[in-house]
Design a protein around this ligand. Structure first.
Ligand SMILES: [Fe+2]
Length: 417
């Protein structure tokens, strides 16, 4: 009997990777696991990527660069709120969460037991791992995406760590500094936000950063769409990845699905294991706040379905799918530009809003058939499962399994950003 191993994990999983009851590998325990010392490769190695490096000259630490440094120091000293734990790199990027470097193929020692020779495949996970730690606020989830993979074959295991070569990663690698404002850590406070955004916009206007290629970090999840593998981040387009036969992971390019995917998409699309279709959405801070869409089995993106009945922005992070329906959550956390002025924070918790669940036929071409259900106190960030049932009276029942993030926790998430 032979097994084909192809597992993926996202940012929510800890880096300990249980393969069975008998085997476990962790790259955070080099001393015990690796026979040989890991070999680190330089971060500007170009052989890993097919994406060209930015045009900007390395010698640019020019006036603009110096000006940026001065302004950044001033922002930190005079504008930033006093550092608090969730966005203080001294707190968030230490111990088990300290950044690690890329790792070229490294043979692993099996500490006990043995790997069945029939086990043949690759386990891949994605998560944040900052290339540079900024001097200002930085949340753990602001880190550049890094994939860790373990190739298991013929009783042997080989481990890799590779950055996803996003536009942001390549640019910052080129200038050897953290330039792009942190999306989560940097959103607190109108003054620091506007000042950092203005500085960054100056770089864009001067042609030093190509914003059309995105500022995302591709650090949240991995997904198969139309048989191709992508690294996802909900504020950016997906990055296409290639997994080599030896288990190494190469970034191919940012992908907009023939121009049909606009701006961004959720990092938690749902794949129908039978039809291979993929269901997703994007949220944005302006109307329409949610747009639902799907991909066919070949990865062709289908028409957008804007959800105009979503009247306020909602930080909707996940959706659920049944055989008949798509389930969309409208929660009390929202990102609205006016929040910056009103509350000094882009993301806020609206205690007056009643959360809702929207049920839409999954092949809907518009939102005319969506039904909204008020669910006071139910704020869903991730869903576990959903399915259709029929009760004893023949009525249709929709079952949704999802952890409810309590008011206190949702409120604390809002206070971070
Ligand atoms: Fe998530």
């Amino acid at each position: 009997m032979s097994y084909n191993l192809s597992l993926e994990a996202c940012h929510h999983l800890k880096p300990l990777i249980p393969l069975s009851n008998s085997y476990a590998f962790s790259h955070y325990s080099h001393a015990k696991i690796f026979k040989s010392q890991p070999t680190f490769i330089t971060r500007n190695s170009k052989k890993d990527t097919i994406i060209p490096a930015p045009n900007e000259s390395r010698n640019l630490p020019s006036n603009l660069y110096l000006l940026e440094k001065i302004f950044n120091k001033a922002i930190i000293k005079f504008l930033d709120h006093p550092p608090h734990l969730p966005v203080d790199p001294c707190n968030t990027l230490t111990d088990n969460f300290a950044p690690v470097d890329e790792l070229s193929p490294t043979k692993c020692e099996v500490v006990y037991g043995s790997l069945p020779s029939c086990l043949d495949g690759v386990y891949i996970r994605n998560g944040p791992n900052p290339q540079f730690i900024s001097s200002g606020p930085q949340h753990y989830l602001d880190g550049d995406g890094m994939v860790h993979s373990i190739r298991i074959s013929q009783g042997c295991a080989t481990f890799f760590s590779r950055y996803i070569k996003t536009n942001k990663y390549l640019f910052e690698n080129h200038v050897k500094s953290s330039i792009v404002p942190n999306f989560i850590g940097g959103m607190k406070g109108l003054g620091p936000f506007v000042t950092r955004a203005t500085l960054f916009c100056a770089r864009i206007v001067l042609g030093k950063y190509d914003i059309s290629k995105g500022i995302g970090v591709a650090n949240t999840n991995l997904a198969l769409i139309g048989g191709s593998r992508y690294a996802l981040y909900e504020s950016d387009l997906p990055y296409a990845l290639k997994v080599e036969d030896n288990g190494d992971v190469i970034t191919l390019h940012q992908h907009d699905f023939k121009g049909k995917l606009f701006m961004n998409m959720t990092a938690h699309p749902k794949i129908d294991p039978k039809t291979k279709e993929v269901f997703a959405f994007r949220y944005w801070a302006t109307y329409p706040y949610i747009t639902y869409f799907r991909f066919d089995a070949n990865g062709n993106k289908q028409t957008d379905v804007p959800i105009f009945s979503m009247k306020e922005p909602s930080l909707t992070h996940d959706l659920a799918i049944t055989q008949k329906y798509a389930i969309i959550c409208d929660i009390q956390l929202g990102a609205h530009p006016m929040n910056l002025i009103r509350r000094g924070s882009l993301v806020s918790f609206d205690k007056m809003k009643v959360p809702r669940i929207g049920v839409l036929p999954r092949y809907a071409k518009d939102e005319s058939e969506i039904k909204w259900f008020e669910v006071p106190g139910l704020n869903i960030l991730h869903v576990a499962n959903a399915w259709d049932e029929t009760d004893e009276y023949g009525s249709e029942v929709l079952v949704l399994v999802a952890p409810n993030v309590g008011n206190e926790e949702v409120n604390s998430i809002g206070s971070i950003m």
